[in-house]
Write a protein that binds this ligand. Sequence first.
Ligand code: MG
Length: 238
Amino acid sequence: MNRRKLLSVGALLALPGVGAALPARAQGADDMDMPSFPPPAGATVLFNGQDLSKWVSRRGGGPAAWTLRDGYMEVKPGSGDIITSQTFMDYQLHVEFWLPLMAQAQGQARANSGVYNQGRIEVQVLDSYGQPPKDNEAGGIYKVAVPSRNASRKPEKWQSYDIAYRAPRHDANGRQTAKGHITVFHNGLLIHNNVEFDAQVTTSGLEGDVTKPGPILLQDHGNLVRFRNVWIIPSPTA
Ligand code: MG
């Protein structure tokens, strides 16, 4: 059901039978927070709800200026993207996020943020609830790959991404010798299975030397998106 359309044509709900599916829809998991578990032993905790010490501002590298509150961090619009001080090549990453309801906003303006891998490859964060999957909607690898399904929950519910990332490889001359690979689970459901990408594919991520490790980047797209329980397990790089 296209909830966004229902909101914009609310008068239709007054017609007999039209709104009948809504209560059934509201009973599903879409209405529930994803459960949150402590990081596994050996994980590198990037954010545990207490402080932003592992993060810096993308702009200038000073302290991350996002708001810290009640165990989560929230985008402070205009303060810019934040990045981890530590950089990574290959890893498993867990991120939990919460999207505000922006009922009047449409498309890319609706609770937009993003999780950038190696500072470059964005897994889109967006309120796409009920929308068809696209490469710029929730779970899309921006401009690279359409998710196999839209596993979004409703706004104002905690959701999760679990990402397995392998950076592209290059030879000593900087020539790409192997594509990157990314697998993504959205709210526990597989949405990208070992998708290949080229190093040069990036949108608003960090530029620079694509042969080097990069940070995890969380995007300030001007919306009050929240994050919590962020951890990473770097893989032995071969
Ligand atoms: Mg985004």
